[in-house]
Design a protein around this ligand. Sequence first.
Ligand code: PGD
Length: 767
Amino acid sequence: MSPGRPTSSHWGPLRARVEDGELTVDPHELDPHPSSLLRNMGTANGHPARIRHPMVRRGWLENGAGPSSARGHDEFVRVDWSELTALLAAELDRVIDLHGNAAIFGGSYGWGSAGRFHHPQSQVHRFLNTIGGYARSVNTYSTGASSVLLPHVLGHDVDAIHGLTGWSVLAEHTTMIVAFGGLPAKNLKVAPGGITRHRGAAALGRIIDDGTTVVAVTPSRADCPAGPDVRWCPINPGTDVAMMLALAWVLVTGHLHDIEFLRTRCAGYEQLEAYLLGAEDGVPKTPEWAEGITGVAAAEIHTLALQMAANRTFVSVTWSLQRARYGEQPPWTAIALAAVLGQIGMPGGGFGHGYGSMGDVGLPQRRNPLPTLPQGHNPVDAFIPVARVADMLLNPGARFEYDGGVHRYPDARLVYWCGGNPFHHHQHIGRLRRALAMPDTVVVHEPFWTATARHADIVVPSATSFERSDIGASRNDPCLVAMHQVCDPPGEARTDYETFSELAAAMGVRSAFTEDGSERDWLRRIYERWRGEVAGQKADPPPFDEFWSAGHTELPDAPDDQVMLRDFAHDPDAFRLSTPSGRIELSSETIRSFGYDDCPGHPTWLLPDAGPSEEYPLTLLASQPAHRLHSQLDMCPASQETKVGGREPVLMHPEDATPRDIASGGLVVISSAQGSCLAGAVLTRDIKKGCVQLSTGAWYDPLDPSDPDSPCGHGNVNTLTADRGTSRLAQGCTGQLVSVDVRAHRGPVPPVRAHIPPRGAAPSPSP
Ligand code: PGD
């Protein structure tokens, strides 16, 4: 049997072949720990949920462009490629002529699929730049708060988001990890573009086996790695900052703080101390004070602080903690706590962010560039923080605050999405649906009938990564994988590059977009450009043809001994940070000068304004799913096997379930101030009482598609979450937590239709 062609994915490298018409996927020999989720990929490719033909929404086709609440429940009409290209080119021309390029919203957030050339965001941005630019989005749904906050605290050139201390340094030197958010191993399976060797989970296992104490502070035991010295510290959701402050209070009042480090490496310790001791607001941040907020016993906090001081302690914060209201505070307070301990810059001590949030965090840091498709120049200034998309559509021209500035939302008439699923990633779907009714035209390129594709006017069927050739590469990964095309796209689907090339031709800019290159020409170009860039960095990758036939090439491994801020901590005069003070800003005059009450000038405990109430007494954790990546391949076995009664499982403590008459396996209704959804109950003591957990990514399935506020029959968590920014500083996504109630579902059980194509788009057999 042939070993299959090499290719890659967000889950890592793989080999794929077509046998008797079936696509078969096997792990790649490069990866000693392949992800179990690879098995989803083969079944997805020919699934009935594939979009096989160009489609236009009937209302848009018959009535022309304009706002419409029919999006999401109208019928689709199949058109041929030439008609679709002509319609889309004419609409882009119309919008540009009447409203200018800022009226095209091309923020188009999303993970798409692996491959550096066909990277959907690069393709759409290059195309939109070729026709004069677009209103863009900044930052990500993953790390929206941290990416704006941390440059103020550590400077622009310290990429603390991506784990600057290596796993192997932790294995060698750390004796205690206090992990706020835990260290969830499930997320180590994935990284954008795919890591070739999954080493994170093995490294974490080694750390635990070697006797490092791990204190996992999280409401969910699922976030704790297994091991004899792993302690689960169940905490009330969204209260970690109070616990961190109390730990710091114990250290400071017990004279266990490193005053020399705080004075010489940090700025603003005096303000922080005044706040900790209560001199600023009359509230000392004692363990007793924190107990009332966090649910963690004061004595436990006290003991933990003493243990932290006696150990080489690594204070880790998952990205999920900053994906909540006031999400800037957990990473900032954790840095302050690590600074109080004085171990920042020491091997195995200090602060870490994102460990357990993604597979490439904590791997040896690589400085070399990746092969990329040049995106050209965007002359349009208009932008939004990425998670403010519904706000923008609902309030064209309105002012918004962001990172010290005041800006205005663009008046978006055409929304262009390629490689993302806002019905998965955006909060408060009812509001998103009302927002998406506002523009004149919504264009979506997608391989699958996601809810985002169903809400489009113009649906462009995209090829998957099996149906094109590309180069797989990702941050911190030493390998480049030659992604060989394995099969043809079904029906009339084609690559986004082909679509944009035809569109560019129809708009008279084909050569500017394609530079007269075929797919293979571009792969050669971006590879050879990359080869030139890495040459000399102790690397000598082969010419393109050799790389292509070998199936991969590998750079020498980067040093594995990286410690965040080691040089700075050693000699703060020689290695100043790029902050205004040149030091770690425990208090920031810049942030204070913005005057934001939702992000004051130093780490602060702020009581969330939509916490549990009489009506919504439970806190829901919207975690990243273990059995799929975001919403990707939700219809495939690894995801489907976890469903309960066909719906997304919701984890509940038995003591919350019993009074509500809810049994394991029963259908429940979860409701919040924003909306409601059905889910399948799973009772477990692995979740803190008072909390429920529902993963992100179940495809949206409205019971009444014509009602924007319809309950979702399948368990899409973003029908429940609130669409508010973290604060005026970062305006990041706050999808992690929401207050809810849960009750048993009574009455008829609706079918799940999430993965069935919409009206007018019934699948035809593959050619
Ligand atoms: P995906 O499901 O990966 O989610 O949000 P994102 O939109 O990235 O969507 C990618 C889409 O791209 C899929 O539908 C896939 O089919 C499509 N695609 C794949 N390849 C191609 C291609 O070649 N061309 C085209 N045109 N399309 C392609 C992820 C986002 O969700 C993230 S990063 C995070 S961290 C957020 N987390 C949370 C959270 O913690 N809580 C809540 N409530 N919500 C969240 N959403 C966020």
